[in-house]
Ligand binder design. Structure first.
Ligand SMILES: Cc1cc2nc3c(=O)[nH]c(=O)nc-3n(C[C@H](O)[C@H](O)[C@H](O)COP(=O)(O)O)c2cc1C
Length: 214
């Protein structure tokens, strides 16, 4: 195994934030992608991918997303919608759906429905409810727990914590013993890396959890 013995330091405060953004994205990787379906208080449907995404508590389940301000300092539609309606749905992004997820990330106007732009099939859940994403085998129905603004302006995130109220699995997963987890090849998720790189999850390996002999 390579050992690293000499390092050079970088102080984020001495650099333009976009340089640090590219650097951090290439360090903290691969990142899971939340494909977030949300609606505005007027009922406009929105879809966009977010990779500053994780689980932060399990009993009950709570997930986190960090949603940055747009580079012009304005709020992203997803954040506006979640703050306004407190509801959103997170779908997973498989390799097959990765191109559509990427198209849905384009900076469309709030009035534009990204499901239509990216040719993603929505599953209607009734008025006032964000639709399911038919290209995702799993849907997490979330309710806003809290937002934690980390500042304001370009490059600044708002941490969004959501309670996972319901978990819907596609009938294609009906043979999975979900209580033991869904096999990675069935999810076929992609991970976000630095730059324009993504990772497939087809090259996996297992390590039994380490224990201490007593
Ligand atoms: C794979 C991927 C992951 C992304 N992750 C994030 C993220 O974690 N946070 C963020 O603010 N923007 C992220 N973006 C950018 C948003 O998807 C993009 O700004 C989008 O236009 C936001 O849409 P909205 O204004 O409809 O909410 C990501 C883009 C891609 C392609």
């Amino acid at each position: 195994m390579n050992r690293h013995t000499e390092f050079s330091g970088i102080q984020p405060k001495d650099h333009f934030w976009v340089e640090i953004y590219h650097l951090m994205n290439s360090i903290v990787q691969p990142r899971p992608i939340a494909w977030i379906s949300s609606i505005s208080s007027e009922g406009a449907v929105n879809l966009a991918p977010f990779s500053y995404f994780n689980i932060c508590s399990m009993n009950p389940p709570i997930i986190s997303n960090s949603i940055f301000f747009n580079r012009d300092g304005s709020e992203k539609d997803t954040l506006k919608n979640i703050k306004a309606t407190k509801k959103y749905v997170v779908g997973t992004v498989s390799f097959q759906a990765s191109e559509k997820a990427n198209i849905s990330s384009a900076p469309f106007d709030a009035s534009v429905n990204e499901f239509e732009e990216a040719n993603v099939h929505s599953i209607d859940r009734g008025s006032g409810e964000p639709p399911f994403i038919s290209e995702s085998p799993v849907q997490l129905v979330c309710e806003l727990n809290q937002t934690l603004p980390l500042g304001e302006g370009a490059g600044v995130g708002t941490l969004v914590l959501g309670n996972v109220k319901e978990i819907y699995l596609s009938s294609e997963l009906k043979d999975c013993e979900w209580q033991k987890g869904i096999p990675p090849e069935v999810m076929n998720n992609v991970g976000r890396m630095g730059g324009d790189f993504y990772a497939k999850t087809t090259d996996v390996f297992q390590l039994a959890r380490a224990t201490v002999d007593k």
